[in-house]
Structure formats: C-alpha cells, structure tokens
Design a protein around this ligand. Sequence first.
Ligand SMILES: Nc1ncnc2c1ncn2[C@@H]1O[C@H](COP(=O)(O)OP(=O)(O)OP(=O)(O)O)[C@@H](O)[C@H]1O
Ligand SMILES: [Mg+2]
Ligand SMILES: [Zn+2]
Length: 518
Amino acid sequence: MRLVHNLPGMQLVCLLAAGVEGVEGFPVTVEVHRDSPSFGTGRTSIVGLPDAAVREGMERVLPAVMASGLAHRPTDHVVVNLAPADRRKEGAAFDLAIALGLTATMEENGLPALGDDLGLLAELALDGRLRPVRGVLAMAVALRDAGVQRLAVAPENAAEAAVVAGLDVRAPRDLRALVEGLRGAWTDLPRPPAAAPTTQADEHADLSDVRGQDHAKRALMICAAGGHNLLMIGPPGSGKTMLARRLPGLLPPMTDPESLEVTRIHSVAGLLDHGAGLVRRRPFRAPHHSVSAVGLIGGGPYPRPGEVSLAHHGVLFLDELPEYPRPVLESLRQPLEDGHLTISRSAARLDFPSRCMLVAAMNPCPCGWLGHPTRACTDNQEAVHRYRRRISGPLLDRIDLHLEVPAQKPQALDAPASGPDSATVRERVLAARQRMLERQRRANAALDGRGVRQHCRPDDAGMALLHQAVEELGLSAQAHDRILKVARTIADLDGHEKAGLEQVSEAIGYRLLDRQTW
Ligand SMILES: Nc1ncnc2c1ncn2[C@@H]1O[C@H](COP(=O)(O)OP(=O)(O)OP(=O)(O)O)[C@@H](O)[C@H]1O
Ligand SMILES: [Mg+2]
Ligand SMILES: [Zn+2]
C-alpha cells in the first residue's frame, strides 16, 4: 500500500494511530490532506466521527507544529480524516499522528515516506511536547496486531506500551525530536525506562496487623482459597474494612495474562500511574454506597469500565451493604455470575471483564450495636428487620460465607501482632487452589450444581450432618450447595480427600443469615 501521495498542488499523508472502544483498541488511519497556498482557504477541518476532544486536537496541533519550527504555511487548507469513519473517536491520542502528518505534507521538512509499520499515540502540548493518554496498552496491542512495529508514545506511557511484545517503543520528548528521529535514526530516540517494580501484595496491609479475630482471618483464608464471596456482619470499628483490605494479599499472585487484562482495564479507565508498567497487585475496589449503576457496572456515552470491571481478578468491597440502592445491587448479579458483562452502545456491543470476588460488610442493625457486649442497641425489632431486608436476596444468593465479626476488647487491640502473616496464608491458599485446579480446573466457588455433586460430596458423617442442618435450620437448596463448596475448600486447605464432619460443621457455621434465629 502506498501511503504518501504527492499530487501537484496537494499533499496527502496517511499515518496510523488508534482508538479505544470498551477495553479494546482499534487501529485508526489518520489521513492528513493539505492544499497548497494557491488553492488554500486557510480553514482546517476534521472528519470521521471525532468527539470534542479530537476536534480540539486541531487547535493544539497547529501551534505545536509551528512551535516545533516545522510549519511555515499555517493558513493552508487542511482536512483530517479518521478512518474507519463509522467508529467513534474520542480523546486526544490522535494529536501526534495529525501533527506528524501535517509536518510530512510539507516537503521542506524532509521526512522520508512513512509506512504503516509506524504507530503514533500521544496528545500534544502547545509547545510540541508529547503528553500521556489513557488506553495505551489496548491501543498498542491493536496496532501490533495490525502490523505496526515501531510505536512512538509520551515518556509517561512508555513503560505501559513496552509491555506489548513485538513493538519497538520509543518515547521522544517532543514532536521535533520525533521528526529528527524519523529523518535520522529511529534507534536514537529514547527507549522506555524500566518500569518501577510492583509487588503482588500490599506491604502496608498485612494480615498480621489485625489483632485477634482469628475466626475472621480463617474465614478470609477460606474465601481466598476457594474464591468464595463473603459477607461480614459486625459493629462499627470491629475491623471489617481492615480485614477486607487484606484479602487481595492472600490470593495467589496474578499470572502474566491476568496482569495484562487488569493493566488494560485500568489504563482504559485512566487509572494507571504515569510511568507504570504491568499491574502486578490484585485490585481492591471499594465504591461508596452513593455509587450509580453506571459507576458500578460501567457505561456512559463512551462506555468506561465500572467498579466491577476495575475489580477484575481482585476484590470488590461493598461497605455498609444495606445502604446501596437495591437496583444498583441487583445489577451486580449477572456480572458476578458470568465474570463479564456486555454494554450495547448504538452499533457496538462492548464486552467488559468482571471476574472478581465480592466482599460485603454491614452492621447487625441500623445503630450498629446489636449484640455488643457493653453497648446497648437503640433499635426496635421492626427497624432491625427492615434494615436486614434491604440487602437484596438475589445478591445474597451469590455469597457463600456469612461471618460474624465481633467487637474486640480494648486489651486485644493493644496486644502484639498475632497470627500468620499474609505470605504464610498465601502459601496455604496456593496449595489448596492447586488441588482444585488439578481436580476440576476451577476454584470451588465457580462450580455449578453438577460440579458440586461431582466434586464436593462429603463423607457419610458429613452428609448426615448437612441433612440434619438443612432440616433443623430450614436451609434452602442454595445454602445446601454453598455449604458443600465451602466444606470442600476447607478440606482442600487441610489436604483431605473428602470433607468430613468437621469441615461440614465449620461450613454450616458460615451461614449466619440462613438461620431463622438471627
Ligand atoms: N482487630 C483489630 N486489630 C487492629 N486494629 C483494629 C482491629 N479492629 C479495629 N481496629 C482499628 O479500628 C479501626 C476501625 O476498623 P475498621 O474500619 O476496619 O472497622 P469496621 O468494622 O469497618 O467499622 P465500620 O462498621 O465503622 O465500618 C481500624 O482502622 C483499626 O485501626
Ligand atoms: Mg468499615
Ligand atoms: Zn441497633
């Protein structure tokens, strides 16, 4: 394909940039057409479904090109076309391709023919400096798949782009430096700096910081091992938030493909730190209960990932669960169930990943102190019932463990650090997870009804206890299966072939809300 045409009186240059739809990038051909002065009308225009930021790009590009000493005839008639024309383009990432295209239309700039092995992704400052944009990883992948081999991005985006294998990424400081690199040697342009290393766990949040609460810590380990969702119930200040924050650090380290997915989602959302490469730490997202359905699930005119997607491969924490509006909670059900969700926007159907663990927390009653050893609850029974009914049944159905997190005595809080640290628990979790993967290729929480019957059957004593509990506590069929899964996870942690009396009994203990007495 010939990309540069020089017809008498007019110049056309085509360069490759990219756009983002959902969490996927797509290549965009930027065609810059300039009329020579004799035909020039001094107007610039941009076509191909640009949004306001793309259109404003023209206002940035002309000063940037002039400030770089590369434009001598700014009043020419310039038309920019972004193809494919039927996909919406947003943001400022096209600036660099437009500016370089304009520069290349002027033969006095002496640029060689630019082929479609070159990709350009950056916003421009008025003085010609390259600025970072969001979604670079997704766009770089799309460009690589379209045959691009050389990619220019802003220095802040370089480590992120360098994650993509098979791309020679360079980070010129400004447009002038890029032009010089293209005239001379590409390899003279700065390479991406080494990304700051990130660790799997949050060193500032170790499980051993939590004093006492051995029961809750054990439940967290079980959740981490089996991938089970968790609801914690306890009075204010009992450490529910503190415990939830420590769950990501108990999970197995993310694999490289998992890290890539997480990085891509966070990059598209504009949440990656500048200079960051792959995200290695599992996400922990804690949206406030004032979050909208769009904020939680994703969407908007240019659909962005919601909290459930930002928590992909990590933990979504809903504190004060009864305060979330019911419709917002119900909208979570399908993404939690399927591990991804689809948002339809005009012609496009966008897929967002949402495979995360749900951890929710609530007080036992509106005032918070019901059941507290020293403080009195001021709520009447009706208020307590209303409060508990606010949590959506269908969402509750997705939660395997209900855990009571009691208030700690003040002495307990002053005791020295106790119990296993996160790294020790993570080792046990990893071993249990390995057993699950070998047996059934998925975590226990992800088993369907058939999988439960096939893999989670306890021994006879365990089964008898479960049947007795179902009858005496009036447990549902749902609860029955959840108990079997959790018992299976406990057996995997303990290295047992089958769950027995002990494991089933412990699993029943995590069904607080199923008991009619609660
Ligand atoms: N077991 C504990 N060990 C150490 N510190 C604790 C413990 N429990 C609570 N704390 C301290 O109390 C503070 C409050 O805990 P946290 O916010 O986790 O409680 P909570 O149960 O989430 O309360 P709320 O219901 O008000 O949200 C923590 O920041 C921590 O400093
Ligand atoms: Mg809290
Ligand atoms: Zn109360």
